[in-house]
Ligand binder design. Structure first.
Ligand SMILES: [Fe+2]
Ligand SMILES: [Fe+2]
Length: 229
């Protein structure tokens, strides 16, 4: 089976990752380069590993996390489906089996909250990993643009942990924000992503819980009850 390490070294993937990140930098977007891709790859594979999925699915989630944004090298609009179309011949040529390639392109083609639907475990893990990436280190050069709400929100996030609580069937994202932004601002730009995380977690038989500064955001249950080990 083709591994994440091999995919990272693939010349086409490297060029597309670089081009997509550069394009989004020009548009003023937060980081979509190796930092974001590493987070998504690591988090997606962690979710499936924690839930007892097969080694193959765990590796596919790691690979999907690394390649999911290559469509940004063409255009931000429809970058999920565009990326999936581009990836099919690249992954096939790299030696990936057709079955694995198809699983990756379905996940990549559906990772955008505007048009994506979760239909397999790799896709679900990718969605949660991608939509949960918010942190001060995502602001380019450590210099937030005060008028940019994405910069403000990300820069205020000091800590971001996604943990699978298998016993309670919960995938919990815990954020620590300082006062340079607010929960309201976070929700104003992340709401549709939170909903996609909820849908993806449901697909995996889990509940998605968002906790910001120790307060549960997306459910009515007392946080203490949910946080019991
Ligand atoms: Fe994306
Ligand atoms: Fe992404």
């Amino acid at each position: 089976m083709i591994t994440l390490d091999e995919i990272k070294k693939n010349e086409s993937i490297r060029a597309l990752v670089k081009a997509g990140n550069r394009y989004l930098e020009t548009l003023g977007y937060t980081d979509h380069g190796p930092r974001h891709l590493s987070y998504v790859s690591r988090t997606a594979s962690y979710i499936l590993k924690s839930l007892g999925y097969s080694e193959r699915e765990i590796e596919l989630a790691a690979i999907a996390g690394w390649v999911h944004d290559v469509g940004n090298s063409i255009n931000r609009h429809d970058h999920g489906p565009n990326g999936a179309i581009m990836l099919f011949p690249i992954l096939k040529e790299a030696g990936m089996s057709i079955a694995d390639t198809v699983e990756i392109i379905t996940a990549v083609g559906n990772h955008e909250e505007q048009s994506g639907s979760v239909s397999n475990a790799v896709s679900a893990a990718l969605a949660i990993a991608d939509k949960s990436d918010a942190h001060k280190s995502r602001v380019r050069n450590g210099r937030p643009e005060p008028g940019d709400v994405h910069d403000r929100v990300n820069f205020s996030i000091q800590q971001n942990d996604v943990l699978v609580d298998r016993k309670n069937h919960v995938i919990r994202q815990s954020l620590t924000m300082d006062r340079s932004s607010s929960v309201l601002e976070y929700l104003s730009i992340y709401m549709s992503r939170i909903i996609m995380c909820e849908q993806a977690a449901t697909f995996l038989g889990q509940e998605f819980q968002l906790v910001i500064n120790d307060h549960p955001v997306n459910n009515q249950c007392p946080v203490q009850q949910k946080l019991e080990p």
